[in-house]
Each structure stands twice: as structure tokens, then as C-alpha cells.
Ligand binder design. Sequence first.
Ligand SMILES: Nc1ncnc2c1ncn2[C@@H]1O[C@H](COP(=O)(O)OP(=O)(O)OP(=O)(O)O)[C@@H](O)[C@H]1O
Length: 554
Amino acid sequence: YPIYNNTLMYIHKCVLVKFSHFIIPNGKRDLKPQDSRKSQLSSWSFQLAGILQDVSQEELYARVCRRVVLGALDGYNGTLMCFGQTGAGKTYTMTGSTESYKQRGIIPRALQEVFQEMAKRTDYAFSVHLSYLEIYNEILVDLLSSLQDLPQLSPRGMVVVEEPGRGVFIRGLSLHPVHSEEEALNLLFEGEMNRIIGSHALNRNSSRSHCIFTVHIESRSRTLSVAKYVTSKLNLVDLAGSERLGKTGSEGQMFKEAMYINKSLSFLEQAILALADRRRDHVPFRQSKLTHALKDSLGGNCNTVLVANIYGEAAQIEETLSTLRFASRMMCVRTNPAVNEHMDPAQIKKLQKDVHMLKEELSFYNTLVNRPRVMYEPLSEAQLAEIHSQVQRYLKGSLEEISIISIRQVQAVFAQFKLAVSDISGNSIKGMCSVVFIPLQLKSLLSLPSSTPSKAEAFEDFKVGRGSKINRILKENKAVLLERRSLLRQLTEEINDVKREIDCTTATIQQHLTRGGQGTSNVYIYHFFSTYNIMAFFDILHYDFFDILYNGIF
Ligand SMILES: Nc1ncnc2c1ncn2[C@@H]1O[C@H](COP(=O)(O)OP(=O)(O)OP(=O)(O)O)[C@@H](O)[C@H]1O
């Protein structure tokens, strides 16, 4: 199925006419008679998106409608429209048959899908409203007006209106909130019933009117901004049957009905032709109530599907060709589906009030903690220029620090750094000096380690950086100490030599004394021993003390 910009055309209920008579090749656009004489024509070609012949309602919904319905939940307007001659199966396709559940049509299936999908999308809060409009002989009828308490508007009181930001809507048409599939189906049946009762009361044929059942969806994210919300309209349109006046031979009211229907369908065709022709600036939407009401459902930002219902009987060939002609024109309409996003003015006002209050609270707090200069307003041109100048001076090395007192300033400083980096990488016109100088500054700035270094790494960095002076003094002191220690060791050895000599002498004297008398030399010997021990103690103490001092600092 070639899909041309979301404007699809499907045929439903093609039964009796042999399909070999309809050649539907891709790429061909217009009806191409093979013979100039109409009576001898045996084949025509139309460009369509697909043919659905003898398929179930379920398959039709899955292949044609599901995408549009799900799009509506994402915020895209969607239109599903049944077009074709009387009795070709438009109402059967759109609403379905009450005979069995399996034969329910597009509207009940779409309502089921909408509520099932809403239950799955738990991150969003949805609200759904329904409206049901009938257009009979250019008169707008609210098929759900019986459900509202307000006095019913006369048909003349309802008008098609266009408002910027809201698009096209019907003033006076009642909107009904629904919370479940069951509630929605009740409204659909109520509308159907009112259509039949109304037609009996006015003695008219219920199928001689256009019906637009609209699902209005609004969704708000439960997790993202509350001020933003998305809306969409899913229009499910059952058009009145197209019929040639001559063929019906109708008179009186039936003639009038047929005339109105044909007129509005002809205006619909004109609007489609204008939409398909890109050279046309003006599209005549206001010519009929139907085209005006469907203005933003045909072209513009909408996903549109046309289901063309045709009779499969040779006797209906003229109507079938006319339907297919209309459908192939519809294929040429280009649309640009877009999400209908809105900002809630009440929520924006509330958020602005909150921001104002928080700012006041912050400034009060800053006054209490003696930080009255902190600003939360956007920076002025002069402040931005000052930050620019500070960053430039910092990069050139003439400024030690950039003074920052607010988050906005931090952002501005980073923006300036970013600019400086992009200038360096992308600007070769700059003078050599600044181009060479800035990378060096930035390199040291940008190569700061991203995580905290280990104690040993920090010590090494400190030794070559800020601690280099202390390190040099310590190294010098250590060298002096080492020198002194070796001197001390030398001295100790000399003392020990002397001591050994003294020991020998003492032993000799002892021998003499044991042989000859006592003296005071014991005290002297003790004195020598004490000196030796103290020196040795200091040797150890000096060494350990400075080592402990050195390592202890770092
Ligand atoms: N695909 C189908 N399968 C079974 N029955 C169908 C099918 N299509 C239509 N019918 C039956 O054909 C009859 C006419 O169909 P329907 O009322 O849907 O036509 P219509 O195009 O809406 O006509 P009108 O323009 O008069 O409203 C109905 O009884 C309907 O149940």
C-alpha cells in the first residue's frame, strides 16, 4: 500500500463487480479511459492505498484505523471518513451492525482502543469528551443535546467558528466527559437513537445526513511540565450517500435532501481539489457547513483516512466510478500531521508566582546569612561584559581568580570558557601569540584531574608545586644532619679508642692498686662512660627526630 503523506484511501465492500475490471497500479493517478466512447469502456485505473474486499470489521480496523486512533492519543488530529453511494455500507463500516459484537464498526472499536491505551499510558493523565454532530440540509443538529441540563439551542444557534489556537469548532455543540468505554458507548447509542427519533419527528430519512462523531482528547504528563498539555480531535465521519438526482427520480423533500447532499459533497470535492493543488492559495472551506466543520480535518496537521464504500454491482458502475474519482483526488492531498501542544496560561501564571515567591525567600535568607549581593535575575549586558573581560584576563594570566557569587555567573563563566575553546579550535585568523598562549593556559585549566588523587600522588604534586620550597629546606637540613651524624660517629669511634686505651690503663692501674693502694680514678672512669652513652643517644635521637618530623608533615 503506497501511503501518501497520511492521506489514505480504502475501498470497503467490493463484492460483485469482477475486480479484473479495476486496474489499480501504483503510480497512476487519474481515471484513464481505454476508449474514447464511454459505453465501450471496460477498464479504468485509479491510485488507491489499498482494497479491502470481503474482510472482517476487525481486519478493516486494524489495517486502516488503528494508526490514526493511536496518533490521536499522541496529540495528532485524526479523521476517518466513509464516503460512497447510498447503501454501499458507510454506516456499517463506521458504526457497525447491532446484530453481533463481531460486527461492531470503527467507532466502538476506536473507543475501546482509546480507553485501553489510556490505561496503559500511566505516565499521562487523560481526559476524554465526546460530541456528536449531524448536518442535515445545511442545518447543524446536536445529537447529544438531550443529555445536557441547559435549554436546547435552536439549530440556528449553532455555528462553525474558527479561533486562533483552538482551530475549528462548533459553538453550541455539547461536549460530554466520559471516563470509560461503557460510558462512551452509551453516548454513541444515545446519539444514534436521537438521530432516528429526530428523523421520524421531522419525517425525513435518517441516512440523508452527514454525521461527525468526535472524540476530544487532552493529555498531560504526570512526570514532565504541568504547564504543557496536548490536545487532539478524532473525527469519525459518516457522510450521507452520494446519489445522482436523475437516478433517484426523487421529488419534494427527498429531492431537496438529495440536492443538499450533492451540493455539500460537491463542495467537499472542490475543497479536496484545491487542497491537492499546491498552486492554489485559497481553499473554499466556507462554502458548506460540512467543509467548514471539517476544515482542520482534511488538510493541515491531521492524519486523514478516507474509506470509499462501493457497490459491487455492474448496475452501479456510474456511482462507483464517481466514488473512485473522488477517492483518487483525495489521495493527492498532502497533510503535515503535527502534535497540538499548548501551554496552560493558568499553570504558567501559578509557576511565575511560585518563582517570584522563591526568589523573595532566597533574598531574605541571603540577607540573614549576610550575602545581600547574590543575584538571581538574568545578568545584564554590563555584567556579561565584565565576566567576559574577567575570563579573558584569567586566560591571559593577569587575573588570579574570577569572582562568582551566583549560579547565573557560573553559567556565564562556563559559556565564556566554551567560547574560548571553540575560538581556539576553529579560529585560525587570530594572532599567533594569543593562539599559542591560550591553549597553554587552558591546557593546565582543563587537565585538572577529575577525581581526588591518592595521598602519595598529592604529596609528589605538592613537592614539585607549592611545597617545593619547604622540600628544599628539609633536604638541606637533612644533608647537614647526615654530615653531623657522620662527624659524631667519627668522634664516637675516637672516644671509644680513647676509652679502650683508658680501660687498658685502668686495668694496669687496678693491678698496681691491688698491689699498692686506693685512689679517685673510679669517678673519672665513670665520667668517660657517661659521655660516650649520651653521645650515642643523641646520635639516635637526631636521626629519628628529623625523620619523624619530615614524614609527619606530609
Ligand atoms: N460489509 C458488509 N457486510 C454485511 N452487511 C453489510 C456490509 N455493508 C453493508 N451491509 C448492510 O447493507 C445495508 C446498507 O448498509 P449501510 O446502511 O451501511 O449503507 P450506507 O452506505 O450507510 O447507506 P446510506 O447512505 O443510505 O446511509 C445495511 O443493512 C448493512 O447492514
